[in-house]
Design a protein around this ligand. Structure first.
Ligand SMILES: Cc1ncc(COP(=O)(O)O)c(C=O)c1O
Length: 390
């Protein structure tokens, strides 16, 4: 199936930049969750001590100091890689475009989770790729049995997953399931495109493994494209992410990145490298995971209190979004439009699916600083949901 109708998403994303709107829609945390002072210090340091480099272009694969720091972090959670395997990108979104372009051509089929992050659907749409949406369990992730069936019956060229604190379901795939997924794809020689953008944001303390780490060197010929980003931990505006492609695709990815935009802004890369090396990143993680966890709980409590009793809510183990199943008669696209007119943005379910399923679902971002205004927004949403019953 070809992906269409993702244009619906643009008003939602624009709302994220509008200070008059209560932001429950885009997965963009309030700036108060980010380490503003540490970023300021790192920015001044770059301007004061490294200005000549900072205003120069940093061509792919990106700043060596940043790639060394990312290597160190990835090694800590079981991904033994080298700095020269990394290409720095403008966030995870650009890494996704690169990862999809390398193994596919327009018209090819890609297997994805359902529901899935709408940014993935937009990239698939823009590359003219077809999708196969596979059932995804809100606790254990993509169904490996359904994947087996898909690989047997369709000429699938790649499989994209968000195994750690997925968006929108919030689950963390158990290691056993990750291993099954990796083995299944390896046995069919289908590339795995792993999105680990929320991997550092678990509420439980221990950093979950990545499929890339679990795969290790067991299947040296199996292609894994690992992607990460600092958008949910440090700041989305820095636009710093990265990709670790299979070794044989590294040159191709590096060249495609160069052709796309010559390189990721140098100052942003310097800031992130600085925060990783001076311990600020680790400190930020300890604080922000705790804050996201509190924010998710608080939002969940308000929804339980005000929304209709039949509303079902996910219990994410990390990240900051929740996925709600509303009464079946609710049209979440109309609900999102009506809410926006009243100054509240939410994400309607159908934008998380190529076939526009999830008509009575919504996703709420909880990464807002709790206030009377947020509580009032939940009350207003509850009233809108209740209207068709009146
Ligand atoms: C699962 C997932 N992948 C990628 C992205 C995009 O990340 P970035 O801002 O690093 O491009 C997002 C942002 O919402 C996301 O939720």
């Amino acid at each position: 199936m070809l992906v269409t109708s993702q244009a619906l998403v643009l008003p939602l994303i624009k709302a994220a930049n509008d200070p008059t709107i209560t932001q429950l829609g885009a997965a963009v945390p309030d700036h108060r969750f980010f380490p503003i002072r540490a970023i300021q210090r790192a920015q001044s340091n770059a301007a004061r001590n490294h200005l000549a480099d900072a205003i120069n272009c940093s061509f792919p694969p990106g700043l060596p100091a940043l790639r060394r720091q990312i290597t160190r972090r990835m090694t800590e959670f079981g991904c033994a890689i080298l700095p020269n395997e990394i290409v720095i990108t403008n966030g995870c979104q650009e890494a996704l475009t690169l990862a999809l372009k390398a193994p596919t051509n327009p018209g090819d089929i890609v297997a994805i989770e359902s529901p899935t992050f709408y940014g993935l659907l937009q990239v698939l749409e823009s590359l003219g790729l077809e999708v196969l949406e596979l059932p995804t369990n809100p606790r254990t992730g993509i169904s490996v049995d359904a994947l087996e069936l898909a690989l047997t019956n369709w000429d699938v060229k790649a499989c994209v997953v968000v195994p750690n604190f997925s968006n929108p379901l919030g689950f963390c795939m158990p290691d056993e399931n990750k291993q099954q997924l990796v083995d299944k794809l390896a046995s069919h020689q289908i590339p795995l495109i792993e999105d680990d953008v929320y991997g550092d944001l678990g509420f439980g303390g221990k950093r979950p493994s990545a499929c890339k780490g679990l795969a290790g060197n067991r299947n040296a010929n199996h292609d894994i494209y690992y992607r990460g980003s600092f958008s949910k931990t440090l700041s989305p505006g820095l636009r710093v992410g990265w990709i670790v492609p299979p070794r044989k695709q590294h040159k191709k990815i590096e060249y495609m990145k160069y052709v796309l935009n010559l390189g990721t802004p140098t100052t942003s890369q310097m800031i992130v490298a600085d925060l990783l090396s001076n311990g600020s990143y680790q400190r930020q993680l300890r604080q922000v995971c705790q804050k996201y966890s509190v924010a998710v709980n608080r939002m969940t409590q308000a929804i339980v209190r005000y929304f209709p009793a039949e509303t079902k809510i996910t219990r994410p183990e990390g990240g900051f979004v929740i996925w709600l199943e509303l009464p079946v008669h609710i049209d979440s696209i109309s609900l999102a439009r009506d809410a926006l007119k009243l100054g509240i943005s939410i994400s309607p379910g159908p934008i998380f699916s190529a076939s526009q399923k999830y008509q009575h679902y919504i996703r709420i971002s909880c990464a807002c600083v709790w206030s009377a205004e947020i509580e009032q927004a939940i009350v207003t949403l509850a009233r809108l949901i209740d209207l068709p019953n009146k």
